[in-house]
Design a protein around this ligand. Structure first.
Ligand code: ADP
Ligand code: ZN
Length: 215
């Protein structure tokens, strides 16, 4: 399947994408994961992106479009892809449209994961992520704690709070989302691609997507 996953930070795009990859071999493409990997590896891209990310702002469109232009050409995208965190602005959506037209590819849907703001805030402040970039298992101090405090159940690496998951950065990320990304819902509605789902449960989101794409 070929989907865009839209939704505020903490709406569960990553969780849903991981559940969907298990269904049909489509690959999850998370621009956030790509950028965090670049920051950790200390690449030129990472150095340019870090300040924007830590403050909760978006990384400039040119950087993201360079990454995605190359990423979509890779062979693992052929069976399908789940775009998690891209596009995030109208110019990115326009650019994606151009890339897909060139590749002769059509999207199945742009899925909007709709979650109330208080649920989002609670999820983000209690979220913890495995620091091992090859693992990145996500935990939650309330609903999914690690067995041993601060240690990943899967790989034993330290489990941390992301730099952009402080209360100030979270509130900035939500403002950024409302100003720059929320308008994409209207954009994809006009394109006839929008699937709006109540995303309080990830299982319900996956069920709605399966029905929509017919698998
Ligand atoms: P979130 O939990 O906010 O959805 P992500 O892991 O998707 O977080 O992204 C983390 C950060 O990476 C964002 O706050 C932003 O700075 C940057 N980023 C990720 N994707 C994009 C994008 N498509 N355009 C611009 N910046 C992006
Ligand atoms: Zn781990």
């Amino acid at each position: 399947m070929r989907l865009i996953l839209l939704g505020a930070p903490g709406a569960g795009k990553g969780t849903v994408a991981k559940m969907l990859t298990a269904l049909d071999g489509s690959v999850q493409i998370s621009t956030g994961d790509i950028l965090r990997g670049a920051v950790k590896a200390g690449t030129e891209l990472g150095k340019k992106a870090k300040g924007f990310m830590d403050s909760g702002a978006l990384v400039p469109d040119e950087l993201i479009l360079d990454i995605m232009g190359e990423r979509l050409l890779q062979d693992d995208c052929k069976p399908g892809f789940l775009l998690d965190g891209f596009p995030r602005t109208i110019p990115q959506a326009d650019a994606l449209k151009g890339m897909l037209t060139k590749l002769g590819i059509e999207l199945d849907a742009a899925v909007n994961l709709d979650v109330p703001r208080d649920v989002i805030l609670d999820r983000l402040t209690t979220r913890r992520t495995c620091s091992n970039s090859a693992c990145q298992e996500i935990y939650n101090v309330k609903s999914k704690p690690t067995k041993v405090e601060g240690v990943c159940d899967k790989c034993g690496s330290p489990v941390i709070q992301r730099d952009d998951e402080t209360t100030e950065a979270i509130s900035k990320r939500l403002d950024t989302f409302n100003a720059q990304t929320a308008p994409l819902v209207g954009y994809y509605e006009k394109e006839g691609l929008l699937l709006n789902v109540n995303a309080t449960s990830s299982d319900a989101v996956v069920a709605a997507i399966k029905e929509k794409v017919g698998i």
